[in-house]
Ligand binder design. Structure first.
Ligand code: FES
Ligand code: FES
Length: 159
């Protein structure tokens, strides 16, 4: 069964015709061509598919697409500013070597954003907890935590 849903995607009002068994990640990647959101395990284990719904991080591989009706979805593409300027967290990942193959990076950054929106001055333990649902198969956790920690000052200024 298909239905048309309306929701906000990266700040724009959008609509999509979606089959009821489709997950949010399929709608984002296949209908809206937002391929920054990655499909890893498909089981809620790796966090590669993390997006924000009404500001909270969710695994889009487990989230039925039609449930975003009337909600606000933010993907990694939605973090870019004017002229495609990187978000402070993205900049910090580049500066501090938080990206290796890059597969986990969009999900890590979306989880970090959800955490920093809630707690703009996290301790390292809180950063670790904030990304505890995200796996990095390149195991670059030290640089990822550095990147998030070092983004905090810029983040407060610009977000
Ligand atoms: S792809 Fe969604 S948690 Fe792994
Ligand atoms: S940078 Fe490769 S999976 Fe994290």
């Amino acid at each position: 069964m298909k239905e048309i849903i309306h929701f906000t995607l990266n700040g724009q009002q959008v609509s999509a015709e979606i089959e009821s068994h489709k997950m949010l990640i399929q709608m984002l990647r296949d209908i809206f061509q937002l391929t920054g959101t990655k499909y890893g395990c498909g089981m809620g284990e790796c966090g590669a598919c993390t997006v924000l719904i009404d500001g909270l991080s969710v695994n889009s591989c487990m989230y039925p697409a039609f449930e975003v009706r009337g909600k606000s979805v933010t993907t990694i593409e939605g973090l870019l500013g004017e002229g495609n300027q990187f978000h402070p967290i993205q900049e910090s990942f580049v500066r501090h070597g938080g990206v290796q193959c890059g597969f986990c990076t969009p999900g890590m950054i979306m989880s970090a954003k959800a955490m920093l929106d809630e707690n703009p001055s996290p301790t390292d333990a809180e950063i670790r907890r904030g990304i505890s649902g995200n796996l990095c198969r390149c195991t670059g956790y030290v640089q990822i935590i550095d990147s998030i920690r070092e983004s905090v000052a810029d983040y407060k200024d610009r977000v």
